[in-house]
Design a protein around this ligand. Structure first.
Ligand code: 44T
Length: 841
């Protein structure tokens, strides 16, 4: 047994010390020896021993220890030994509790393992330890964007919504609801409303760990600790009396998404009515809520309307038949990720969401709004019936001529019989709408007199709205119909049955396609529809290829001038083009069609590879000239390899801008590797990138980036806690419809030269002339991608598949027309940051 501390005699202590230092130096030697042999596990164990025995060596050994830890953790992670990875980091952090690099690396492992909340905590800690730590900053922003969705800010800033919930909750509590359960607490604001209104017992549950912790801090900051019981759990896991002592009078919740049911409100309320709420008030019972259960919101009405919207269309239907010499029509069946069909794969949401008032290019309403569904949240039977309800059809008269692109849906939330909120597209609200893109119709054009038939289905408690058919006026009047049919058609009272009957005549719309399916992301579809993008690439690639083989321009294009068959495909005269675009890309075929070139695509999905092969064939581009380049994109250095040991690339196409509007991570590193693999005269596409920005005043961007003080939250102190997840860059911005006032002309912020990756400077000072007085709140930015000196792509153009991004200032700066500002633009890793300096005149 060990002797108690301090009781050992002096001589023994000396002996121990000598023994210890021997052990330390031997272990240290072993550690170094193991490192040389790349035996990181044993080296790690030795270091651990040394550092525990000789804490005085911690400073000297820190670097080596970290290196060993990272290497060993990588090995463990590759072996799937998750627990061991985390144990190592925990040990390491005990030794070096203030090592930001270890914190950050721990966060990265946690993130990869799917523990995102925990990862955020470590990135945050690393940043606190060193606010200038670029990697940790970037990691934190990415994970913060992911963990705390941006709508929290918008929602908390929506004082109308807050006041409405407050009034409804106060009314219920004062009417006798003594005990309250808040399902999906978020920041805990509804629970605080209930407490303030005088509820005796308030409990709240929140399934996200991050949000649960935010709620804990918020409740404490508002001196309601001990008065609101917070549970980090899903409401369905709450048990009585284990978690809450007894059934409650009132459930408050705002677990609705834009499509109403997407956050699982139906399931959680079914469970709440069965297990957590007092029994409902019997119908016709008018006296107080005493002893009965109730839900706020009491119910909802769901509406829909048909719209024409080019922006939705170009993201959900491939409409180009041929692009830059590549034939798409009749090749594969491109499928958008939103499946509204009942039979479709449950894993995909049947709708996407948009704030229709800010959709680029706007939209045209084609029908009056129709009520698609009414649901009473205070009626268990009705909630349960939803799942088993047969799909039903509704017909709506067309009021305006146009193209039927989507059904847009929203709801009116009835908090109680006095308070309601609408999430409609015309409303001044934080809400987005649910969008059901229309697909598989033989003809999308509609005009007044036509009728659109939609099918509403509730499967797995997801609401789906599908346009089944357009009933044309001419068809209804078609004389070839039997007189019986005609009678029915004219007797509009049986309209729905009639339409169902007619629907069965329209078999074309639902017939499964025989073409090869190719599932694409909405942005990939938008990219395919972008003719200009592909033509620009075609032109620029053509120029480079021509410059590399003088005198062969005449052979290019057409696809028939190839020498490319058999052994010739790899002839020494061949040129090589590599496309490392992130998603589905037909650029390799476009390049290949220019002739005498072997092209490499890095698409990974089997479906995409098949699609590319089919498209090549249809475009009469010999399949053997197209190769797929490594399936694993894990390690950039292996992706960017030479086509053959003795050959170099003529063109490497890099994806440098993410659809979110940010520069791609590690793009300059990729450019640097690519640069070494180019043949003489070869090019990286784009050759350089110019980032442009404009100074604006935008209240909207402020509102969507941080909670603004305590006013919108009705005096409760919420802002500082949720604002911890504020990030300086707003992504996925639609700049063309952003409500804002420009205070300057667009200015060049940064130039990144991919052909000379080492020549870029990391900081730039940019002078900006202010042309309008106002509050500078944000700097939206976008990029010009230069394929060569005269061919460039603008990521903020109308047909772009990219969105834009914006820096949002911490505090607005008042500026006057005529002022000169200096922006300090910094480029670190793939992070760009901007600080504004005001120079006195
Ligand atoms: N906003 C939609 C969604 N939760 C509203 O973890 C509108 C989107 C929106 N907790 C732009 C604008 C808007 N038990 O923190 C979340 C979630 C939690 C639960 C415990 C449960 N059964 C659940 C279910 C959900 O509730 C919180 C709110 S859910 C969504 C709220 C502003 N884009």
């Amino acid at each position: 047994m060990f002797s108690a501390r301090g009781t050992a005699r002096p001589t023994r202590r000396r002996e121990q010390k000598a023994g210890r230092s021997q052990l330390v130096s031997r272990s240290l030697q072993s550690a170094q020896h193991c490192l040389e042999n790349r035996d990181f596990g044993t080296a790690y164990a030795h270091y651990l021993l040394v550092l525990n025995l000789a804490p005085e060596l911690r400073n000297d050994l820190k670097e080596m220890f970290q290196f060993t830890l990272f290497k060993w953790a990588e090995e463990l992670a590759a072996l799937g030994r998750t627990r061991d990875v985390l144990d190592c980091y925990e040990q390491a952090l005990e030794l070096f509790p203030t090592a930001e690099v270890i914190c950050n690396s721990m966060g990265e492992h946690l993130f990869r393992m799917g523990f995102r909340d925990e990862a955020a905590g470590y990135f945050y800690k690393a940043l606190k330890l060193n606010p200038d730590f670029a990697e940790a900053k970037e990691n934190f922003y990415r994970v913060a964007n992911w963990l705390v969705e941006r709508w929290h800010f918008t929602m908390l800033n929506d004082s109308r919504r807050n006041r409405m919930y407050w009034s409804a909750i106060r009314k219920a509590v004062q009417g006798g609801c003594r005990s309250v359960l808040d399902i999906g607490a978020g920041t805990g604001i509804l629970s605080m409303f209930a407490k303030k209104a005088g509820a005796l017992r308030v409990s709240a549950c929140e399934l996200s760990k991050t949000m649960y912790e935010v709620a804990r801090d918020v409740v404490a900051a508002n001196n309601m600790e001990g008065e609101i019981q917070l549970l980090h759990m899903k409401s369905q896991d709450i048990e009585i009396p284990k978690h809450i002592p007894e059934r409650v009078h009132l459930v408050v919740t705002e677990t609705m998404d834009a499509g109403l049911f997407g956050e699982g409100i139906v399931e959680s309320l079914i469970h709440a009515w069965k297990h957590l709420l007092l029994k409902p008030k019997p119908k016709g019972h008018h006296v107080g809520a005493e002893g009965f259960g109730q839900v706020i919101p009491a119910g909802a009405l769901l509406f829909g309307m048909a719209v024409e919207c080019p922006e939705i269309r170009r993201h959900h239907r491939v409409s180009v038949k041929e692009v830059a010499g590549v034939q798409l029509e009749g090749t594969v069946e491109f499928q958008s990720p939103v499946h509204s069909a009942v039979q479709s794969d449950e894993s995909t949401e049947p709708y996407c969401t948009e704030k229709m008032s800010r959709i680029p290019g706007g939209y045209t309403v084609l029908t009056d709004p129709f009520q698609a569904l009414r649901i009473d949240f205070n009626n268990l039977q009705e909630l349960e019936n939803l799942a088993t309800k047969e799909p039903y059809r509704i017909t709506v008269p067309v009021t305006t001529e146009g193209v039927l692109d989507a059904i847009v849906a929203w709801f009116v939330l009835q908090l109680d019989d006095e308070h309601s909120l609408s999430t409609g597209p015309k409303e001044e609200t934080c809400w987005e709408q649910a969008v059901y893109p229309v697909k598989s119709l033989p003809d999308y054009s509609v005009k007044p007199g036509d009728r659109v038939m939609v099918e509403v289905a509730c499967q797995d408690y997801y609401l789906r709205i599908r346009s089944v058919l357009v009933l044309k006026m001419e068809e209804a009047m078609d004389s070839s119909r039997t007189s019986g049919e005609m009678e029915n058609i004219l007797a509009w009272q049986h309209e729905t049955e009639l339409c169902s009957a007619l629907a069965s005549l329209h078999t074309t719309s639902e017939r499964a396609s025989e073409r090869q399916p190719c599932a694409l992301e909405a942005t990939e579809i938008a990219l395919l529809n972008n003719v200009q993008y592909h033509e620009q690439f075609q032109a620029a690639i053509g120029r480079v290829l021509a410059s590399l083989t003088p005198g062969r321009e005449g052979q290019a294009a057409g696809g028939d001038g190839h020498l490319g068959t058999g052994e010739d495909t790899d002839s020494p005269h061949s040129l090589y083009v590599l496309d490392v675009s992130d998603g589905f890309s037909i650029l390799p075929i476009i390049a290949g069609k220019l002739g005498l070139v072997k092209v490499y695509s890095s698409v990974e999905k089997e479906q995409h590879r098949l699609a590319l092969s089919i498209i090549s064939e249809a475009s009469r581009f010999p399949k053997e000239m197209l190769e797929f380049w490594l399936s694993q994109l894990e390690d950039e250095s292996t992706v960017l390899q030479r086509p053959r040991s003795d050959k170099l690339w003529s063109i490497i196409i890099l994806d440098v801008i993410e659809t979110s509007g940010l520069l791609q991570q590690e793009m300059m590193e990729k450019a640097a590797i690519s640069r070494c693999l180019l043949q003489s005269g070869g090019k990286i596409f784009p050759q350089y990138v110019v980032m442009q920005g404009v100074l604006v005043e935008s209240e909207t961007l402020m509102q969507e980036s941080a909670v603004q003080g305590t006013e919108p939250t009705l005096g409760f102190n919420v802002a500082p806690f949720i604002n911890r997840f504020k990030v300086p860059i707003y992504v996925f911005l639609n700049l063309s419809t952003l409500p804002c006032v420009p205070l300057s002309k667009p200015v060049d912020l940064l130039r990144l030269d991919l052909m000379n990756p080492y020549l870029n400077s990391n900081t730039a000072e940019v002078k900006v002339h202010i042309c309008k007085s106002g509050r500078l709140t944000a700097i939206p930015f976008w990029y010009h991608l230069y394929l060569d000196e005269d061919i460039s792509l603008n990521t903020s153009s109308e047909s772009s598949h990219w969105k834009q991004a914006a820096f949002v200032l911490d505090k607005p700066i008042q500026v006057k027309a005529g002022d000169e500002l200096v922006l300090n633009v910094q480029y670190q890793k793939s992070n760009v940051s901007i600080t504004v300096k005001i120079t006195p005149l």
